[in-house]
Design a protein around this ligand. Structure first.
Ligand SMILES: [Zn+2]
Length: 330
């Protein structure tokens, strides 16, 4: 019987589940809107139901366990979601054990940045490397660092919050409580804020027409930029500059062989890459300038593949997943 794992990617808006093969291929997939305002009980019930539904599609496989990538901060050693800002009412929720109980399966929990980095390292653009940084640019900015052949975990597994390095001392407020974090300046959310400013400054632009009465988002900017809208192209160049500043920091800190960008905004990689590369060339020391910076090979599936990789191919710092129940009941 072929072996596989279930990957659950818990986001503040979408909850995704997949069955992933030992070679990192998605064999079944399902997703629902996360009931983020309904509290942990409702969301954990959603997660269990979604895991069961993908399991039902592939009863022919031996399921080794369930991996969860969830928003941080969380304690991956104890499996506790500490206080994810995108999920209402979550404080010190023992997510790993609650789901293991609901599914009678071994469960591994890690933050979504670590999980995605692991997935990209094992099955994507980072395969075969010993030094690698993954950055997800979407609603926020997260990531994970592989250094000397292992995922950098740090105390309580909290390392790798790359989105919260300060870029501008008195910059915009960040969800973490600080100011001027990389996330507050260069996430998709931040780009949406910039887009709103641009629409107010020029209501006759193509961007303003695409936005209409809706709140402007990063998606509007990339769509208008692809149509040649000057204001949107300028916003994408500024986005690239801001990303480049953070990437230069990561190059200096970790000396990776490659940096990979995933998340929703990586679909606009070609639009921001020239300014990003110019910024890296201007700010990184010469020894670091040739390091490739590339879009994710796994695309939108990186979340579920990475979550499953927590079970299928855990990093050496973590050790193999120990079955906690004698047999799988789903
Ligand atoms: Zn922050």
């Amino acid at each position: 019987m072929s072996r596989a794992a279930i990957g659950l990617d818990l986001g503040g808006t979408e909850l995704r589940a997949a069955i992933v093969s030992e070679s990192g291929r998605v064999l079944a997939h399902a997703q629902v809107k996360t009931e983020a305002a309904a509290g942990p009980d409702a969301v954990i019930a959603q997660m269990a139901a979604l895991a069961r539904s993908v399991r039902a599609e592939r009863p022919d496989l031996e399921i080794l366990g369930v991996g969860i990538g969830a928003p941080g901060p969380l304690d991956s050693d104890t499996g506790i979601a500490i206080a994810p800002p995108t999920l209402a009412g979550w404080r010190d929720v023992p997510l790993r054990d609650r789901l293991a109980e609901a599914l009678s399966m071994p469960v591994v929990l890690d933050n979504d940045g670590h999980a995605a980095a692991l997935g990209e390292w094992r099955f994507g653009s980072g395969a075969g490397l010993r030094h690698f940084v993954y950055v997800t640019v979407s609603t926020g900015i997260g990531g994970g660092v592989v250094c000397d052949g292992r995922l950098v975990r740090g105390r309580r597994g909290l390392a790798g919050h790359v989105g919260h390095m300060t870029i501008v001392e008195d910059g915009p407020a960040c969800a973490c409580g600080n100011h001027g974090c990389w996330e507050a300046l260069a996430s998709g959310t931040a780009l949406g804020h910039e887009a709103r400013r641009a629409v107010a400054a020029d209501p006759t632009s193509r961007l303003a027409a695409l936005v209409g009465d809706a709140p402007a988002t990063a998606r509007h900017v990339t769509a208008a930029a692809r149509e040649g809208d000057a204001a949107s192209l300028a916003l994408m160049a500024e986005e690239g500059r801001r990303l480049g500043i953070g990437i230069a920091n990561l190059l200096h800190l970790y000396s990776p062989e490659r940096i990979v960008l995933g998340g929703g905004l990586s679909s606009a990689f070609d639009l921001f890459a020239p300014a990003m590369r110019a910024t890296i060339a201007a700010r990184a020391m010469p020894e670091f300038r040739a390091v490739p910076v590339e879009p994710s090979a796994l695309g939108l599936e990186v979340g579920v593949i990475g979550a499953a990789a927590l079970v299928l191919a855990p990093d050496p710092g973590r050790g193999p997943v120990q079955p906690v129940f004698a047999s799988a009941s789903i």
